[in-house]
Design a protein around this ligand. Structure first.
Ligand code: DAH
Length: 358
């Protein structure tokens, strides 16, 4: 075997045994690089006679072509091998059980809102939203609370500087302005709930400057108080998970509803302990009523053709009742020990089929 054949055989063997692309590249440079063995043999040809050069050139080219083809072939094989190696090393075992117990908790406010949304969604409600910074018009005037109306005093409003267009603004004191936004934007029939943050300048054991409410609004051509009553009864029993929970509508006053009623649920206070259920005593949980014709007209809805009901309730308040949380202020303390105790496991999404809270 002459040296050229030896060189070819050895080179092909090293190419075949190159284990990764780096090793293969090393072989390529050693043979065909500037100082490579074949490159050197090519250079040596300049000392040969034209005839010898022709024969030698052909032989060298054949070796070069064979080596190039082998490198290309090996490169393809290595690509597959390296991909397989990577896939094996980056493998994630998706069959591994999730470990929710080591993760965070859902805040009782979020959980309560999710439960409420699940219940009302099953009744055909959709969720509407409005901003925390609200115009004085939407928060008060359009809801039939004109300037100087005594109801404004009851709201302990945080007033803000007017908008660029000069509109008076407040931090919304209730979620009722979402009623206005919804009616200004949509034609009846309307069936929405609006959970969200609300603000009042008040702080004691039962009041925090930030709290949450959920608003409900139903508008149609033949909506009456019977619908309001059925809807609230259904909601209360599903939410508190007490099948015979009684409710009572107690006449009241809100500027934006006529007639207005506060809703009480059955309870007992025997021995100083509050217990929900059919026990003879009553506990107030929300405001409600038939939407005032002036409110409908303020939103461009014909009050001779359409009517509807609305309700609003405090989320912390019902969460405290349902989950036995004693202090309102603890909701906003961001205390991890409290959250671990009262919080909910993220993977347990409330839904009516599986139960609201497990
Ligand atoms: N916005 C009232 C409040 O914050 C609650 C309320 C009462 C809302 C009656 C309503 C309603 O929609 O009809 O005290």
């Amino acid at each position: 075997m002459d040296t050229l054949d030896t060189l070819k055989a050895e080179t092909l063997a090293t190419i075949a045994s190159a284990n990764d692309s780096a090793a293969l590249e090393e072989v390529r440079v050693a043979v065909m690089g500037k100082k490579g063995s074949i490159t050197a043999l090519m250079g040596d040809m300049r000392n040969l006679s034209p005839d010898e050069r022709k024969a030698r050139g052909a032989a060298l080219n054949a070796v070069k072509t064979a080596v190039e083809a082998a490198i290309e072939g090996r490169r393809g094989e290595l690509k597959t091998i390296e991909l397989e190696r990577r896939l094996a090393s980056e493998r994630i075992d998706v069959t591994l059980a999730p470990r929710p117990e080591t993760q965070g908790r859902i805040h009782p406010i979020s959980q309560t809102v999710d439960e409420m949304v699940a219940i009302f969604a099953a009744m055909g409600f959709t969720v509407a939203e409005g901003p925390d910074i609200e115009t004085d018009f939407n928060n008060f005037t359009a809801l039939n609370i004109p300037p100087e109306h005594p109801a404004r005093q009851m709201h302990d409003t945080f007033y803000l500087p007017p908008s660029a267009e000069g509109a008076a603004r407040v931090l919304r004191t209730h979620t009722s302005p979402v009623q206005i936004r919804t009616m200004l934007k949509n034609k009846p029939p309307i069936r929405i709930i609006a959970p969200g943050r609300t603000y009042r300048s008040d702080y004691d054991q039962t009041h925090t400057p930030v709290f949450h409410q959920i608003e409900g609004l139903v508008i149609g051509e033949d909506i009456h108080m019977g619908h309001l009553k059925g809807c609230i009864l259904e909601f209360c029993r599903a939410f508190f998970q007490i099948d015979d929970l009684p409710i009572r509508f107690r006449p009241s006053f809100f500027p934006f509803t006529e007639p207005s009623a506060e809703v009480d649920i059955g309870c007992s206070r025997k021995g100083g302990e509050l217990k929900l259920g059919n026990h003879g005593d009553w506990l107030e949980i929300m405001g409600s009523g038939m939407v005032h014709p002036k409110v409908l007209e303020n939103c461009g809805i014909d009050s001779t053709k359409y009517q509807g009901f609305a309700f609003g309730m405090g989320i912390e308040r019902v969460a405290m009742l349902k989950y036995g949380i004693p202090d309102l202020r603890s909701f906003f303390d961001a205390d991890l020990r409290w959250l671990r105790h009262y919080g909910f496991v993220p993977l347990d999404q409330p839904n009516l089929a599986q139960g609201l809270s497990r």
